[in-house]
Design a protein around this ligand. Sequence first.
Ligand SMILES: N[C@@H](CCC[C@H](N)C(=O)O)C(=O)O
Length: 270
Amino acid sequence: MRFVKGHGTENDFVILPDADGRLDLGPALVTALCDRRAGIGADGVLRVVRTKLCAEVADQADEAEWFMDYRNADGSIAEMCGNGVRVFARYLVDSGLAGAGELAVATRGGIKRARLGTTGDVSVDMGMPRVLGVSSAKVNGREYQGLNVNVGNPHLACVIDDPIAGLDLTREPDYDHEVYPAGVNVELLNHVGDHAVSMRVHERGSGETRSCGTGSVATAVAAAHAAGETTGTWAVRVLGGTVTVTLDDRTSHLAGPAVLVASGEFPAVI
Ligand SMILES: N[C@@H](CCC[C@H](N)C(=O)O)C(=O)O
């Protein structure tokens, strides 16, 4: 099985080219690929398949030739992955499956439009994040309040005073299962400057990761809310670098580096 490895601010992915939809991508294969000792190692898998071959997104086929079939490292399926879309777009262009300029990607969270910049950055229109209320999570015995933000997938973004550098995110935060019956991605953020925040994230299905694109959008929404703003541009510093999130009245944009670092063959049978 051919694979390509890529990352967006160190949120890393195994990319599986599967144009004709022949691959049986079950949880066992995903966890084997993402295993950092016995496999390739990644936070998730991006299967690259023709949209028209996938019933769940076939209605997007007229606008987007390629479907980003995203899986978390534990094999679970998620609706959206912001860094994943950016790396997916980089792969489509670099492999000749799409031309430069704006390109549409089908996702379970609807069509996302990405654009490659001239400096290696990829920016994606993430749609309008939805603020659904407030909730809380317990991390290291401390309860943190945050905003319940849906960016296609569920987030709890908490602006906190405790320094995020001191948090232990090796365990999943305790969260309200009634608010988040399908699980949640939890972001913890500190203000570090004017329209600049630092963020750490515990991702549903992947554990702590070094960046999260949808989580960065939720983070910007929470930072804006705390400042009494609804629009503007935020620098979101994550463990793997910095991404930029712009919020306007209609939508949100996520921009940052997206790179391919390796390719090879993985044994087909697990
Ligand atoms: N890292 C991704 C989000 C991946 C999905 C998430 N773990 C979930 O289950 O919702 C991103 O960059 O957005």
